[in-house]
Unconditional design. Structure first.
Length: 186
């Protein structure tokens, strides 16, 4: 497996996430190289129902329309309740890695399944903990994985929307054996 770079942006507002995703698409980025992670709802608001009908996700609650809008942009998705974080939606390649991490019982001390999946990409554990904390605080995590030519361009584009956090992790080697089987060549 070749090394890769990762850009991570944390946004506090779902409207900025939508704008970021549309800018990435308009600039020619493939969404199969990106992931989006965030809580499905905030403020302990109950979810009336979640279902998948004709490959279209429906989620009701404060962010139901937002998740419905972005759901179809990504390959791979998971809706899961994680202790400490609560109900979380993970879209994109990170969802596939997360499923493998959960199935393989891969664990990393001090982080949830999301954090373990992020660490499995080669990102340092302390950064994974920071990203989990942002999700717990109702932030939205946008991650892109690609070459050393693609990621600076994606970072510059994401930076135009003033995310709370904007970081690049360079020359990473995926370490999760479970994730390698699913994501080889991505």
């Amino acid at each position: 497996m070749t090394n890769h770079d990762v850009v991570v942006a944390v946004f506090s507002d779902h409207r900025l996430v939508e704008a970021a995703l549309h800018r990435l698409i308009d600039d020619g980025f493939e969404m199969n190289k990106f992931s989006l992670v965030g809580k499905s709802h905030q403020n302990d608001e109950a979810i009336a129902d979640i279902f998948n009908a004709a490959d279209r996700m429906k989620l009701r609650g404060k962010y139901g329309a937002f998740w419905g809008e972005v759901w179809g942009l990504f390959l791979g998705d998971i809706f899961i309740t994680i202790p400490v974080l609560g109900p979380v939606v993970v879209l994109g390649y990170l969802a596939m890695i997360m499923v493998s991490t959960i199935r393989s019982a891969v664990a990393v001390d001090g982080v949830t399944a999301i954090g373990a999946s992020i660490v499995g990409l080669g990102i340092p554990k302390d950064s994974a903990i920071k990203y989990e904390t942002a999700i717990k605080s109702d932030g939205f995590l946008v991650m892109g994985r690609g070459t050393s030519e693609e990621i600076p361009r994606a970072r510059a584009l994401l930076g135009t929307l003033n995310p709370c956090v904007l970081e690049t992790h360079e020359n990473l080697m995926q370490t999760s054996l479970a994730g390698q089987a699913i994501c080889a060549g991505v």
